[in-house]
Write a protein that binds this ligand. Structure first.
Ligand SMILES: [Zn+2]
Length: 188
């Protein structure tokens, strides 16, 4: 992997990173990582562009901690005028990648929690894994954090030609959803 004079790892239009050398080092060892993605698909419709990430990777006893910030743009449809516009985003993230294979012996590391089908809802808490080739795939971490950083009601800004926002609409919607849920619970 390429590093510059400051020692930062550069990832350009790539989201996979081999951390074998970091895993050979003591707990607390760090790497700086600079990530640049020209284009990064978030789902079937949304694509982030000009994504820049500045991360610090810290060796933990059981894996690698990633902390840092990401920024970029996502083309969204304004909820008022329905025109597409570039929505800038920034996000601060802290995520843990769990080690699954010992870097020296290559043998599997037993996890206290085994993921199974009925624990799907806990996947977020399980975090991410370093694979058996000692590679971290940052794709899902980036995707989740960028999606969380986007506004619930996209708005192209002060110069939007569309109708003004109706402030209580979203509250009213969630209230009716809760009412429906309560109804369901009452029926049980
Ligand atoms: Zn608009």
């Amino acid at each position: 992997m390429a590093t510059d004079r400051t020692g930062a790892i550069k990832l350009i239009n790539d989201t996979r990173l081999n951390v074998a050398s970091l895993l050979m080092e003591d707990v607390g060892s760090i790497r700086e990582l600079e990530l640049t993605l020209t284009s990064f698909p978030l789902d079937e419709e949304l694509v982030a562009s000009s994504v820049l990430g500045q991360f610090r990777l810290t060796r933990l006893r059981s894996g690698v901690l990633v902390t840092g910030t990401i920024s970029g743009d996502v083309e969204l449809e304004c909820s008022r005028c329905l025109e597409l516009y570039d929505q800038p985003f920034t996000a601060t993230l802290t995520e843990q990648f769990r080690q699954t294979v010992d870097v020296r012996s290559g043998s599997g590391i037993t996890s206290a929690r085994k993921p199974s089908d009925d624990q799907d809802e806990d996947d977020d808490e399980l975090g991410f894994e370093i694979d058996d080739a000692h590679e971290m795939d940052l794709t899902e971490m980036l995707r989740q954090n960028i999606l969380l950083a986007l506004p619930m009601r996209p708005d192209c800004g002060e110069r939007c030609p569309g109708p003004p926002e109706i402030p209580n609409e979203s509250e009213a919607q969630s209230d009716s959803r809760f009412a429906a849920l309560e109804q369901l619970l009452d029926d049980v």
